[in-house]
Design a protein around this ligand. Structure first.
Ligand code: MN
Length: 396
């Protein structure tokens, strides 16, 4: 199938071909494609200076025909041994590269589309009301976040300070967050812009969305709980959002498509996706200090990325190249499928016991959290989405 000697079971086979931005010692950041344990330098291999710009944006802006053409070219290069002599010199070991933020993020939106996550938080925060708010099954709830603090995997997570006030505290206090948490999410990167005043329908999702990455929406729960009423998350989340360095093209995930779960309320026409089943069967893995603590199932998300995009633009808001929107915390029905520590420890009341016998509610300084994911690929293979990792550093 390929002349490359790929490691057995690699998630970076020829069915994946994710894009990232890398540098080697003394060289400027440029676009590469991961294959096995290697990176193909696209500037050197194609001669196209669009790949020398230090982000994927200029290439993404060319649109879906250009994306498909390059993917076909790469597939041909890696499968036809006649290209080996010209392609092989431009392969760099992944162990020798530094990976950078792949996308210059334009707008950043975060959703709240996992029913299990929303119900868990509803039960914790509003024990006397229904777990889901009345709007939840009618529209994908989201908020606009802070694009400028989206950073690549590996960026240190400096514990944020801010105001917090517990229910029994007389007044708010200021200091380092004591309830620092993760949110395991999947991100979607917009390549093709849209026109102001024109909604993007469900069916146009693949014309606009270039690819998929992993997102850790670091969250300071104590800051969030005090500030979020009535306008939603603000400083409890904007201090840092981490993304994985490899953007997996939507085209690599055809075998991962699944219908979304059955909806029990009728959807308005612009969200009715009976003909466009864009659920994606991704399995996430969350590790704390290397220990697996959760496997959130993305395939059970109530709202799909196509519905999220349709909803984001239904008022005529335009898309820009580099827009990033994240799914919201992915949680399944089981305890070991919860995508945040506030759920894993049930608000801190039921600590998680780790393999070394220690317990954890929220994150401690020095903790390192890694989120990875795989998906079904072509011909029974698995596609890897890489990983997004971060280590907690003390407040300066
Ligand atoms: Mn989030």
């Amino acid at each position: 199938m390929t002349w490359l000697d790929l490691p057995a079971g690699t998630g970076f086979g020829i069915g994946n071909l994710p894009y990232g931005v890398f540098s080697t010692a003394g060289s400027a950041p440029r676009t590469g494609v991961a294959i096995g344990e290697l990176v193909l330098d696209l500037v050197a291999a194609t001669g196209d200076q669009v790949h020398a710009t230090g982000s994927l944006n200029a290439f993404m802006a060319r649109g879906p025909r250009a994306w498909a053409d390059l993917r076909a070219q790469l597939t041909d290069w890696f499968t036809d041994a006649a290209h080996r002599a010209t392609v092989e010199p431009h392969l760099v070991p992944r162990s020798e590269v530094t990976l950078h933020l792949p996308v210059e993020v334009a707008d950043y939106v975060d959703f709240y589309s996992s029913q299990h996550h929303a119900e868990n938080l509803g039960r914790m925060f509003r024990p006397d009301s229904a777990p889901l708010t009345p709007n939840w099954k009618h529209l994908p709830i989201g908020y606009h976040g802070r694009a400028g603090t989206v950073q690549v995997s590996g960026t240190p997570v400096v514990r944020p300070s801010g105001q917090r006030k517990g229910p029994t505290d007389a007044a708010p206090t200021f200091g380092p967050s004591q309830r620092l948490d993760i949110e395991a999410e999947v991100g979607f990167v917009v390549g093709t812009p849209s026109e102001l005043g024109r909604a993007v329908p469900l069916a146009a999702f693949p014309e606009h969305v270039f690819g998929v990455c992993l997102v850790n929406d670091w969250s300071a729960r104590d800051l969030q709980a005090w500030e979020y009423v009535p306008l939603g998350p603000f400083l409890g989340k904007s201090f840092l959002t981490s993304v994985s360095p490899w953007v997996v093209p939507l085209a690599a995930l055809e075998a991962a498509r699944v219908p979304a779960p059955a909806r029990d309320v009728p959807l308005l026409p612009y969200l009715d996706d009976a003909d466009e089943p864009w659920g994606l069967d991704l399995t996430l893995e969350v590790r704390l200090g290397g220990e697996l603590v959760s496997c959130p199932p993305f395939g059970q998300l109530y709202w799909t990325p196509a519905q999220q995009l349709a909803h984001t633009t239904v008022n005529g808001a335009s898309l820009r190249t580099g827009d990033l929107y994240a799914s919201g915390t992915v949680s399944g029905p089981e305890r070991d499928q919860r995508g945040s520590f506030i759920e894993l420890s049930w608000g801190g009341e039921d600590p998680l016991t780790l393999a070394d016998g220690s317990t954890r509610t929220f994150l401690q300084d020095g903790d390192e959290v890694t989120i990875s994911a795989t998906a079904p690929g072509p011909d029974g293979t698995r596609i890897a989405l890489g990983e997004v990792t971060g280590r907690i550093e003390p407040t300066p």
